[in-house]
Write a new protein. Sequence first.
Length: 94
Amino acid sequence: MPSLYEKIAEILEKGEKDNAIFMYQKAIYANPKYYKAYYNLANIYLNEERYNIAIENYKEMEETMRSAIISAQRTSEEILRLLHQVRSFRAWCF
């Protein structure tokens, strides 16, 4: 089964930019954290010289990536905190 990217690549090869835009917007609606969709959507708009919309999508991509990085950092910090608790508990037990 082809991935979303493969489907959209096929659509773009056929020159159906409006359909590709719709597919990326649909992907973003389904998963607003899908930064690659913002990036690819921005590139389509850039190629069409629709600069303001391209910039908006690049900004959304940047914000989405920034949020993902912050979330990953928090997750890493939580994992480290839990590991420290486990080690402390193991040291206390043995």
